[in-house]
Design a protein around this ligand. Structure first.
Ligand code: 3PY
Ligand code: ZN
Length: 631
C-alpha cells in the first residue's frame, strides 16, 4: 500500500517532489484498512439483504426445512467400490470387469447433469459436501458419480464465486470409493470454443490429477476429428475414455434418415478404433424413444466390443421405458438421478429404475432404502434453488419438435429472460426448431446448441422470419457465435454447412475445414502464469491458470469478488441467496475449528448518498457495514 500511495500521489505523478517528499507527506502512511474475514462476510450478507441475489426476486427470505442428512458413522469405513477397481486393475481391467458383470450398472448424475438441467447449474459445493460422505457409504455399488464438467465449471465461478477445482478436490476427499465422472466437450473442454491442443492435454491431465476417473467425451457436431485428441489425452493420463455419439433425430422415422441407425453404428465403430474404452450414447435432449433404443443398442452390441453406457433426459416422460428397453437389449451402464432430482429435463429416476428391475436377472444390486435417504436430502435442498427452476410442471413431448438439450432448457430460458424475452419463450422455442433446419439439421449440444439458441434469440428479438434472414441477411450483424460456427470453429457437421446461409452470415470472411486446434498456436503456460500473477497480485497454481485460460473475464471477476467478500462458499445456501432475517442468527464455519456467530440486528435507512448501514452482532459484539443500495 505504501508504494501504491507514493506512485499515485499527485505530486509524485507530476514530478513535483524532492527527497523530503516522503518525510513531509504524511498521508502516504495512511493505508486503507484491510478488511478482516468477518467484515468481508458481513459485507456480502449486507449487500445480499439490500440488493438481493442476481437472478432471484428480491424480497423476504423464505423458510426452509433443515435438510435430512442421513446419519452414517464416521467410524464406518467406506466400502470398496469401482474407484479401487480402477486403481488396482487399470482401465483395461475395469473394462473387462464391466463386461463380466451380470447386473446393470448405474451412474448417478445428481451432482452434475440433474441440477444443470433442473436448476440452471446453481447447486453449490456446500450442499454437495453435506451429502458426500453418505453418498460414498450408502451407494457404494454405483458405477460412477457424474459430478463435474459440462456447465458446472463456468457456472460455479460465474454465479457462485467458487473454484471448480476445489469442488473436485473436496468431493474426492469425502468420496474415495466411487469413480468420478466428468463431461468433457472434446476440443471445447469445458468452454464454448475450441482450444489449442496443448490446452486440451493439460486440462485432461489436471482433471485426472485432481480426481476425475471417467471422461465422457463428445463433439457438438459428432465430428470425430474433434474428439481424437481428447481420447488420446485421457488414454495417456491412465484414466477411462468414454467417447460419446450424440443422438439426434429418430432412427425409426423413415423421413429423418440423415441420422440413421447406420450413421450411429459407423460412428461408434470409429470411436472404438480411436481408442475409446467405453461407448456412450449421449441422448442430451431425450429423443431416443424406447423402441429406437432397443434397435440401436442391439445393433451396437453386435458391432462394437466395448461396453455401452446410455445417457438420456426425461423431458418427454418416456425415458424410463427407454432405459428398460435398453436393458432388454443388453446395455451395460445407464444414467439416472436420485428421484427428487430426476424427471423432466433431468435424468429418469434412479430409484424408479432400481425398483423396476428388482427380481430381474440383471437387477442393479443397489439398496432402495439407502437411495431413498439420499433422495430425501435432495428433496429438502432443492427448494433453496426454486428461483432457478424452469416452471415446467409436467413432461412435454414438444421436445421431439424443438430438440433442445435438457441442460440447455433452463439456461436458455434464463438467457431469454435476461434479454427481455421472458414473455416470448414460446416463440424462442419455435425459432430454435426453425434455426436447426436452416443450419442443415445439426446435432444440438453444447456449444452447437448455444449457437442455435443465440440465433433463435436474435431472430425473435429482431422479429425476423426465416425468409427475412435470407432477404435482409446482407445487412444483418449476426451473433458472433453464429459467425464462428459458419467459419468452422466448432468443427464440421455431417453433410457440411448450408452454402447460401454461410455466404450470408460470413459476408466474405474466411472459413476452414480442418480442426481449429491445428490453426491455434499453443498456449505458453509460463507466460500466462506471469500475466495472471501480475493481474491478481498473488502467486497462482496450474489450476488457476487453466480456469483463467478457459474463462479469463469470469476468473478475474471472481478474484475481485473474493477480494471484497472473502470466501463466501462457507455460507449455507439460504443465507448465500437471501441474506438474513431481522433477528436471525447463524453459525458460519470459516475454517476447521473457527466459527463465526452472525446475527442481523437492523437495516438502516437510505442515506442521501445512496447507502445503507447494516447492524450485526458478530460473536456477540456489535458490528456494522455500509453497502450501496442499487435499487
Ligand atoms: C454440457 O455440455 O454441459 C451438456 O450437458 C451437454 O449435454
Ligand atoms: Zn445430459
Amino acid at each position: 500500500p505504501f508504494l501504491e500511495n507514493v506512485v499515485q500521489h499527485p505530486d509524485f505523478l507530476t514530478g513535483k517532489y524532492d527527497t523530503s517528499f516522503i518525510d513531509n507527506t504524511k498521508e502516504l502512511f495512511e493505508f486503507p484498512k484491510r478488511k478482516d474475514r468477518g467484515t468481508k462476510l458481513l459485507t456480502y450478507i449486507g449487500q445480499t439483504i439490500v440488493n438481493g441475489h442476481p437472478g432471484l426476486p428480491k424480497g423476504k427470505k423464505p423458510t426452509f426445512a433443515k435438510p435430512r442428512v442421513p446419519v452414517t458413522s464416521v467410524k464406518q469405513a467406506y466400502p470398496e467400490g469401482t474407484k479401487q477397481l480402477l486403481e488396482q486393475q487399470g482401465p483395461k481391467g475395469l473394462v473387462e470387469w464391466i463386461k463380466g458383470q451380470q447386473r446393470l450398472l448405474l451412474t448417478d448424475t445428481t451432482f452434475r447433469d440433474a441440477h444443470q438441467s433442473l436448476l440452471a447449474t446453481r447447486v453449490r459445493t456446500y450442499d454437495l459436501l453435506q451429502i458426500s460422505e453418505a453418498t460414498g457409504k450408502l451407494a457404494p455399488d454405483l458405477f460412477s458419480l457424474e459430478m463435474w464438467g459440462g456447465a458446472t465449471f463456468d457456472t460455479s465461478m460465474r454465479f457462485l464465486n467458487e473454484d471448480p477445482w476445489e469442488r473436485l478436490h473436496l468431493l474426492r476427499e469425502r468420496i474415495p470409493n466411487i469413480l468420478f465422472q466428468m463431461l468433457l466437450r472434446g476440443a471445447n473442454a469445458v468452454g464454448y470454443a475450441n482450444y489449442p491442443d496443448n490446452v486440451i492435454y493439460k486440462f485432461v491431465q489436471l482433471s485426472a490429477d485432481a480426481g476425475i476417473d471417467v471422461f465422457r467425451i463428445f463433439d457438438s457436431l459428432n465430428w470425430i476429428e474433434g474428439m481424437r485428441l481428447a481420447i488420446d489425452a485421457v488414454g495417456q493420463s491412465g484414466k477411462i475414455a468414454e467417447a460419446a455419439i450424440c443422438y439426434t433425430g429418430d432412427i425409426l422415422d423413415p423421413n429423418r434418415q440423415k441420422y440413421s441407425l447406420k450413421y450411429y453404428v459407423d460412428l461408434a465403430k470409429e470411436l472404438e478404433k480411436a481408442g475409446a474404452h467405453i461407448l456412450c450414447i449421449k441422448d442430451m435432449a431425450g429423443l431416443l424413444k424406447p423402441y429406437a433404443a432397443y434397435e440401436l443398442i442391439r445393433a451396437l452390441k453386435q458391432e462394437v466390443g466395448i461396453p455401452i453406457h446410455l445417457h438420456t433426459h426425461d423431458t418427454s416422460g418416456n425415458q424410463l421405458a427407454t432405459l428398460v428397453k435398453a436393458y432388454e437389449a443388453g446395455v451395460d451402464i445407464v444414467d439416472g438421478a436420485l428421484s427428487s432430482m430426476s424427471g423432466m429435463t433431468s435424468q429418469p429416476s434412479l430409484n424408479g429404475l432400481v425398483a423396476a428391475l428388482q427380481g430381474m436377472d440383471r437387477e442393479t444390486g443397489l439398496d432402495l432404502k439407502n437411495l431413498q435417504k439420499l433422495s430425501d436430502y435432495w428433496e429438502d435442498v432443492r427448494p433453496y434453488y426454486a428461483g432457478f427452476e424452469s416452471g415446467m410442471k409436467s413432461p412435454s413431448s414438444e421436445i421431439y419438435i424443438h430438440e433442445m438439450p435438457g441442460g440447455q432448457y433452463t439456461n436458455l430460458h434464463q438467457q431469454a429472460k435476461g434479454v427481455g424475452l421472458g414473455d416470448r419463450w414460446e416463440e424462442v422455442k419455435e425459432a430454435y426448431h426453425t434455426v436447426n433446419l436452416m443450419f442443415g439439421d445439426i446435432v444440438k449440444v453444447t456449444p452447437s446448441s448455444k449457437v442455435v439458441g443465440d440465433m433463435a434469440l436474435f431472430m425473435v428479438q429482431n422479429n425476423l422470419t426465416e425468409a427475412d434472414v435470407y432477404e435482409k441477411g446482407d445487412h444483418l450483424d449476426f451473433p458472433e457465435s453464429v459467425v464462428q460456427f459458419f467459419q468452422g470453429y466448432l468443427g464440421q457437421p455431417p453433410g457440411g454447412f448450408p452454402e447460401e446461409l454461410r455466404r450470408i452470415v460470413l459476408k466474405g470472411r474466411d472459413y476452414f475445414t480442418c480442426r481449429a486446434g491445428e490453426l491455434l498456436p499453443p498456449v505458453n503456460f509460463d507466460k500466462v502464469k506471469q500475466e495472471l500473477e501480475e493481474k491478481v497480485g498473488r502467486s497462482v497454481n496450474d489450476y488457476d491458470i487453466m480456469s483463467y485460460i478457459m474463462y479469463p473475464k469470469v476468473f478475474l471477476d471472481k478474484e475481485k469478488i473474493s477480494g471484497e467478500y472473502g470466501d463466501i462458499s462457507v455460507l449455507e445456501t439460504p443465507t448465500f441467496f437471501y441474506g438474513l432475517r431481522l433477528g436471525e442468527e447463524i453459525a458460519v464455519d470459516i475454517e476447521q475449528g473457527k466459527t463465526l456467530i452472525v446475527k442481523l440486528i437492523s437495516v438502516g435507512a437510505l442515506t442521501p448518498d445512496g447507502n445503507r448501514t447494516i447492524y450485526f452482532e458478530l460473536n456477540g459484539q456489535p458490528r456494522e457495514v455500509t453497502v450501496r443500495d442499487l435499487s
